[in-house]
Ligand binder design. Structure first.
Ligand SMILES: Cc1ncc(COP(=O)(O)O)c(C=O)c1O
Length: 427
């Protein structure tokens, strides 16, 4: 098809996510991706600075993952997962549990980050229901984002993402994100929520709040204090590691920074190396045990057509092989060290409100005449500036962040830093 025709057809037939329909630019037509690069139909190359919506770990169209996916596709592309099982799902569950905290014992599959959260919420709620306890209150952070389905929107912050649905979202008890100044007050609020009664669970994004908090970061020690309170009062703790899992924060899981381990962990995004959709909700044995009963009503009635899709599980196993290589961890450490040096270099820049980093994530909040936030108009300016320079960065309003695939070269990372410095000076 001739250049430009794809885009014309796209505008005609396709509705894109998170896209302002009136003023959106014509989307760039990506026809190939390799390593940390995208290539469009005109042959332009873009460095992927955000891992394709935070999913890619080892590089695009990775030959090892492609080979493993092809083998699975040609052996058992898909099979039903109720009453049936398959080796890829079993091996993946075992290997994930080897890396997850020791208290987690069972893996439940779904197919994206939002569903992994829905499953976690339903699992926790029915845990109490199966014991005839009316515990239905969920505690969540003020700036949380957990996905776009109704349950995950309900536990997310109320904002532009879900305004239209707010009358239908269930109520949630809110907790400010802790810092060294407010920690005592946050602990007291948590205790007050618990004392008010019927608290089922506390759900949180460990150490980094992504889309809702614009990469707001907080200390593991503070989260540990909150988790200790939850444990003392029988509140189920749910870590949403959809973004933070698989090395993003510098450890395999963000919960590896914690002393108190959550009872449930949600995973998706990087789980398949960014190749296939897959969600996982891993839980402690005591949660699973509450579903073992002679009473059929105590069954966990949840499942999706593509639950534990074998091809997605094969991609996840291949990505796990790569995650277990020392080279991947060397790359992660190099990115983390480079981010730290860059932060030191720019932290006093007059156009910056703040700069923060953890592991492979760095976020820069830029000064603008408007209020900071997702709808800040600097976002479009930033995206266009970097696309013109062959870089894909997709800011959260006026918060510019880099979250690259682990295979990104030092040269490309340095080039992104230089363009950011130029942008900060010119904007
Ligand atoms: C922490 C967190 N949870 C859940 C989700 C939802 O994942 P998905 O987009 O795969 O539904 C996201 C997506 O950005 C996320 O960052």
């Amino acid at each position: 098809m001739s250049t430009g025709l794809w885009q014309e057809k796209d505008l005609h037939f396709v509705w894109h996510p998170f896209t302002h329909l009136k003023y959106a630019e014509t989307p760039i037509n990506i026809v190939r991706s390799e390593g940390s690069y995208y290539f469009d139909e005109q042959g332009n190359k873009y460095i992927d600075g955000i891992s394709s919506w935070w999913v890619n770990l080892h590089g695009h169209s990775h030959p090892y993952i492609a080979k493993k996916v092809f083998e699975q596709l040609s052996t058992n592309a898909h099979s039903i997962f109720s009453g049936f099982t398959h080796p890829a799902a079993i091996e993946l569950a075992e290997r994930l549990l080897n890396h997850l905290p020791d208290n987690l014992a069972k893996v439940f599959y779904s197919d994206n980050g939002s569903t992994s959260v829905e499953v976690a919420l339903k699992m926790a709620l029915q845990y109490w229901h199966n014991q005839d306890k009316a515990k239905t209150n969920i505690i969540a952070f003020e700036n949380a984002y957990h996905g776009d389905t109704f349950g995950s929107m309900s536990v997310g912050a109320r904002n532009a993402f879900n305004n239209a649905f707010s009358p239908l979202l269930f109520g949630v008890l809110r907790l400010p994100v802790p810092d060294n100044e407010n920690i005592d007050a946050v602990k007291q609020t948590l205790l007050n929520h618990i004392k008010a009664g019927n608290v089922c669970a506390f759900i949180f994004e460990p150490l980094v709040l992504g889309a809702g908090g614009s990469m707001q970061m907080y200390d593991a020690a503070l989260l540990d204090e909150l988790l200790a309170i939850c444990k003392q009062h029988n509140v189920i703790t749910v870590a949403d590691e959809v973004m933070t899992g698989f090395g993003r924060t510098g450890k395999f899981f963000a919960t590896d920074y914690l002393g108190n381990k959550p009872d449930i962990i949600c995973l998706s995004k990087g789980i398949t190396g960014g190749v296939m959709p897959l969600g996982v909700t891993a839980c402690a044995q005591f949660i699973y045990d509450a579903y073992i009963s002679d009473d059929k009503h105590k069954t966990f009635f949840h499942g999706h057509s593509y639950t534990a899709n074998p091809t997605a599980c094969a991609a996840a196993l291949a990505s796990m092989d790569l995650m277990e290589k020392q080279e991947t961890w060397n790359n992660i450490q190099q990115i983390a060290a480079a981010h730290t040096s860059f932060k030191e270099e720019i932290k006093t820049h007059p156009n910056i409100i703040s700069v923060r980093n953890l592991g492979t994530i760095i976020a820069i909040e830029i000064k603008t005449p408007e209020e900071s936030g997702y709808l800040n108009n600097l976002a479009e300016k930033i995206s266009a500036y970097f696309i013109q320079r062959g870089i894909l960065l997709r800011p959260l309003g006026n918060v510019l962040y880099i979250l690259p695939p682990y295979c990104i070269s030092k040269t490309d990372l340095t080039y992104i830093y230089t363009c950011i410095e130029n942008f900060l000076t010119k904007h």
